[in-house]
Design a protein around this ligand. Structure first.
Ligand code: GLN
Ligand code: ZN
Length: 758
């Protein structure tokens, strides 16, 4: 009979219990035992929840105290030598040191997990690294569940994905050359799982949805043949997700596995070919419930796909599963009391998605009639969505239909605008500015929280924020910055702030998703046409401008960043949602301009992370992402200066798109990288102005004037002095005032010194 399966459950807990437990342990408020107890309780709760939902294949080892890739690093004993690990097993403190750094050893690098907002700890491969099993976690957790009467399906990150996601620490190491040694450990671990009573394991190979190089097929063949030989009766589900396998499907289907998991949400077209290639006695795991969003599944559409597969393979060779681990979903919609019923009925968190998997599985077992009521209910929900006035706003749609080409173009080219702006602002060479936020002190946070809770009245709140803005303006004037900011005290988060002021965007109470380690985010939900009912920032910006003769930058978040950091509706292309957001920002830009704000910054730190996983899909994405930014910013006159900001320094693949934004000034992160990373701009002969960050705001260290002079000098040697601005890497909201004061003073001095050399 068809099997209902889950690929992974969110580990953080519905109320972020794991976050609290881990942070208490780090801070020394609790001991290790307390942390382990909380972890165990969460695992047991989650296993039981899945069992109660009717799931047959329930994952284990999807739990992690920090990150599943780091867990794999421990399993393999691939601990970088700087952590002084001797073994035999990696202890918790070494584990956390790898994730967060320790006194004498800096942390391992962290990077985005495919195109999600989850971040993993990047494996490091050193010369002479010895690999051996150095963690008992996967077997321990399997036995823990077994003790409770639940025979789980342990999850391992596959050996090829593990190696390809890591980084060689010296140029003579090719990660794939480590495959044999890595496989020895996998074989040992898999043997132990089999002895412990496991019947199935799930091995995740998400790199199969990327553009792989020519070495990959052989590596996969080696890996899975070796793993096949090591198993006796233990069955293996090879799992892929975050997209379709495209041309790599054919050889992948020839690998030895007992079941293969496909993401049929993003790659529905691979079903037919996979069915044809499956071969006798093997199972297909149909990823038909979307693990990447918070929407209910269109059960009819999903059931149609399932039926197609059942018709060819019969019910016994089918598993029904989410498209990927549910790690990327919040835990349970039952904890949401404040959503409108209309929106809520369309939503599903992890617990609800498991119910959907159960329903679909029952449909296979008992026939479509048995789930007819659920299929009908699903159809009704989608019909109500499509006719809802909260989802479809005629005025917004009309505006979107009537966009003209001029709305995407500034009136004149940059060179001409630059003259007009220079005549207006009379800025010195190497103008100094900051990225927007100033330290978010305890008082600021308290004022915002009290206001939200109703304990602080609107007028008092406003006065508190104004006091803060005034202090920030005075400070910037005192130290002699050229372009000032209001400091963003009224913002908790650069996306949430705008989301809360827009129609068509909702917020949850507990919709937490793990971002990295103990860090969680609660993404806004863009459920309908987006409209800006009233100005969002004009009051704060004009107040700040009223205090000074220097220009104060208006500060907005760009459409792509709002899109990228939200859960997004799926009844229209993302591009349309991006354009709707762009129109809201465009209106704000225009109101700021009319109110006398001459310089406006639109932050787009997420443009690059929106890049599709497949290269072939990137040009199309970049086209509409750039167009959305232009739509947001091109309504202004020549005399208004548009800035943008991005906090990374790798522009190689997107430099053309970045130039296409046509922002008058772009500030980027650069201080931690070498000046060579400006090469993309240099090689492209990037024409507009640019402010490469001259100091790292992620560290409390105060940079000296000399080192910043040196950095600016080197930047001026590769770029043109006339196009350079001087600013930090990013906003200052996480820093303390004493560091900010000292660092910015030094930065202004550095710019002045450099001006003398000109
Ligand atoms: N203006 C924002 C700030 O300064 C930018 C934040 C970001 O780039 N992530 O905080
Ligand atoms: Zn930034």
């Amino acid at each position: 009979m068809a099997i209902s399966a889950n690929l992974g459950f969110p580990r953080i807990g519905a109320h972020r219990e794991l976050k609290k437990a881990v942070e208490d342990y780090w801070a020394g408020r609790t001991d290790l035992q307390a942390l382990l107890t909380t972890g165990k309780r969460l695992r047991l709760d989650h296993w039981r929840l899945q069992k109660d939902a009717g799931l047959e294949h329930i994952p284990s080892n999807d739990f992690s105290l920090y990150d599943q890739v780091l867990d794999t690093t421990c399993m393999l004993g691939a601990v970088p030598s700087r952590f002084g690990f001797e073994g035999p097993l990696v202890d918790v403190d070494t584990y956390f040191a790898m994730a967060r750094g320790a006194e004498k050893a800096h942390a391992m690098e962290m990077t985005k997990w495919f195109d999600t907002n989850y971040h993993y700890i990047v494996p490091e491969f050193e010369a002479g690294m010895e690999l051996r099993r150095a963690s008992a976690k996967i077997v321990d957790e399997f036995l823990e569940a077994k003790d409770e009467g639940i025979v789980t399906r342990p999850v391992l990150l596959g050996p090829v994905s593990y190696l390809l996601l890591g980084k060689a620490k010296s140029p003579d190491i090719n990660p794939l050359n480590l495959l044999d040694r890595v496989l020895s450990v996998y074989v040992e671990v898999i043997g132990r799982l089999e002895s412990a009573g496991a019947e199935w394991i799930q091995v995740d190979e998400p790199v199969l949805v990327l553009d792989l190089d020519e070495r990959a097929p052989a590596a996969f063949k080696t890996a899975y043949e070796r793993i096949a030989q090591a198993r006796r009766t233990l069955k293996l589900c090879l799992t892929t997700y975050f997209g379709g396998l495209a041309d790599d499907l054919d050889w992948t289907m020839a690998l030895p596995f007992d079941a293969i998991g496909l993401d049929l949400v993003r790659g529905p077209d691979q079903l037919e070919r996979a069915v044809a290639l499956l071969g006798e006695g093997r199972m297909l795991s149909l990823g038909v419930v979307d693990g990447r969003n918070i929407w209910r599944t269109d059960l009819r559409g999903a059931f149609d796909l399932v039926r197609q597969a059942v018709a060819k393979l019969g019910p016994d060779r089918i598993m029904i599963a989410p498209s990927c681990s549910l790690l990327h979903c919040p835990v349970d919609l039952a904890n949401e009391q404040a959503l409108s019923p209309e929106l809520r009925e369309r939503m599903a968190f992890a617990a609800q998605k498991l119910e959907e998997i159960s329903i679909l599985t029952r449909g296979v077992h008992e026939g479509a009639d048995a789930i007819e009521a659920q299929l009908q209910a699903s159809r009704d929900i989608f019909a109500r969505r499509d006719s809802s006035v909260q989802v479809r706003n005629p005025a917004v749609r009309k505006r979107l239909a009537e966009l003209s080409d001029e709305m995407f173009e500034r009136r004149n080219p940059f060179a001409k605008r630059k003259q007009t702006q220079q005549a207006r602002f009379c800025l010195p060479a190497l103008p100094t500015t900051t990225i927007g936020s100033f330290p978010q002190t305890r008082e600021i946070r308290r004022a915002r929280a009290d206001f939200k809770a109703g304990a602080l009245g609107e007028a008092d709140y406003r006065r508190a924020m104004q006091r803060e803005i005034e202090a920030v303006i005075r400070f910037q004037e005192d130290i002699g910055l050229d372009v000032l900011v209001h400091g963003e005290p009224e913002r908790n988060d650069m996306v949430e702030y705008f989301g809360q002021l827009l129609e068509g965007v909702a917020f949850t109470q507990n919709g937490w998703v793990q971002s990295y380690g103990s860090r969680c985010v609660k993404p806004p939900i863009i459920y309908g046409d987006v409209r800006r009912p009233r100005p969002m920032t004009v009051e704060w910006s004009t107040y700040a401008q009223s205090l000074t003769d220097k220009p104060v930058k208006g500060m907005l978040t760009g459409p792509i960043t709002i899109l990228q950091w939200s859960f997004v509706r799926e009844d229209q292309p993302r591009k349309d949602t991006a354009y709707q957001l762009a129109l809201c920002i465009r209106d704000e830009v225009s109101d700021l301009e009319a109110a006398g704000i001459g310089i406006i910054q639109i932050d787009e730190p997420a443009i690059r992370e929106g890049l599709p996983l497949r290269k072939s899909q990137r040009p199309e994405y970049l086209r509409w992402a750039v167009a959305a930014f232009r739509l947001a910013t091109c309504g202004v006159q020549d005399r208004t200066q548009i800035h943008t900001h991005m906090c990374y320094s790798d522009f190689n693949e997107i430099i053309e798109a970045i130039a296409g934004l046509d922002a008058d000034v772009i500030s980027i992160e650069a201080s931690r990288s070498d000046v060579e990373l400006l090469d993309a701009f240099v090689d492209y002969k990037y024409p507009n102005d640019i402010g490469p960050g001259v100091y790292d705001i992620h560290s409390p260290r105060v940079p000296s004037t000399e080192e910043m002079v040196d950095l600016i000098r080197r930047m001026a040697e590769t770029l043109r002095v006339g196009q350079l601005w001087v600013n930090p890497d990013c906003g200052l909201k996480t820093r303390q005032w004493p560091e900010v004061e000292a660092s910015l003073k030094n930065m202004v001095l550095a710019a002045r010194k450099m001006r003398e050399e000109l």
